[in-house]
Design a protein around this ligand. Sequence first.
Ligand code: NAP
Ligand code: MG
Length: 494
Amino acid sequence: MPETNAAEIPFLRASDKKMFIGGQWVDAASGKRIDTLNPATGKIIATLPEGDAEDINRAVRIARRTFEGEWARWKPYDRARLLIRIHDLVERHWDEIAALETTDMGAPLTRTRALRTWVLHSILYYATQAQNIAGQTLPNSLPGDHLTITLKKPLGVVGGIIPWNGPVIAMWWIIAPALATGCTVVLKPAEEASLSVLRITELLVEAGVPDGVVNIVTGFGSTAGAALAAHPDVDRIAFTGSTSTGRKIVEASAGNLKRLHLELGGKSPDIVFADADLERAAKGATMGTMNNSGQICFSGTRVFVERSIEQEFVERMVGVASALRIGNGMDEQSQIGPLISAKQLGTVSKYVELGLEQGATLATGGTRVGGDLAEGYYYTPTIFSGATNEMRVAREEIFGPVICVIPFDTPEEALRLANDTEYGLGGGVWSRDFNTVMQMVRGIQAGAVWVNNYGVIDPSVGFGGTKLSGYGIKGGPDHIGTFLTQTNAYIQMD
Ligand code: NAP
Ligand code: MG
């Protein structure tokens, strides 16, 4: 069986990693370290500096100084060129980055390799925007002769806090627009998965990102993350993570009224009508959650199925789920890797027990994987049938490979159930009928609706949630504006 060996990843040859502040690879001021594991084996693969408030303070001080220094004089053309150099280096090193990401957070190589297209597209998207940041000359009706113009300026120091479930994606939503606009960054990746971010930072250096423009502080959220969110000299926090941490970020940011971008949790609906292409829908609705073992914010974990096809559709989904090959993500045959941690495995197991207690039926899955995989944090793709939208498994984000199938009778009922959630991140519709599709697209309260597919995201289109899934759109034409501030000038000409 073809396999990429973790030991062959050059970045892992030296296992005591450093973080990156002011152009230097450094240890935490405290000297403390955190172990980081491979979830496929439970083994330690590297240690990270345990940065805390002191390291954050230093990184923010440098980021501020850099923002006001030479970096402010870089031309749009130079910033675009820098992003293009980064694009080319990331492209060249993607297989290595994918293997590192897989080893650090478990997603199969088939997935991490495929993320390449999105990442490259994203970097280039912001590169092209760097030269299109423009203010306006606006009309006015003031007495006398005034010229009124709007200047667009980079916002300042941007703090990024990202989760473990896809750091190679999440980091670009922050770093690429920051470089395109002339901001500086202090990024705190999740302590469970920081390695790909550190490797990519080496490439940023190679591409010529000036010292102090991008700073990476590894460490825990409750210390380093909290210090960044509360720091009085950070202008904006881009946060991706859970809704409960999102609330803490909002509170911590109040001191200097930071701008916030919150990408939070979800419990997204995926609605299947009887007239859909059922084979395609079954595959799409199953993979809409099983991708990355359900550890994706917009996983379509509540599958609403028109009652007339409920039984047949559950059988199809079970067919798809039970055929998925579970294994170490470094094995190119694996389709489902481990969950991120023993803690996450415990959470998923508890929710499955809860689903059974509350009366749902286990159509497939519901077990931890043993045998050769017993040391890793593997869980079988799990589908509950006979669930209701009131059950806790249908209301709370599990962040694991667990789907609830819930029947409906009318489009109106489907919509009511779909929207009966605190969250509003994604939603899916499977139907061949245009009017049904449009009724759902208009009615689903979520930032993204996928029709006859689930989960595609294009950097040029943008992505963001509503309700408890947060606010702000990443990607798309408006995102770059959130890294800018503006000055309106009234210039008397007479
Ligand atoms: P999390 O616990 O909220 O952690 C996310 C990040 O916040 C980590 O870097 C974490 O650090 C840090 N953090 C924790 N407590 C903090 C605090 N008090 N102040 C500042 N930072 C703090 O989320 P997770 O469990 O890792 O990730 C899964 C969640 O993220 C799910 O809810 C998922 O839906 C959401 N998510 C949303 C999106 C989206 O685009 N909407 C995308 C991906 C994931 P440490 O972990 O190092 O302690
Ligand atoms: Mg890890």
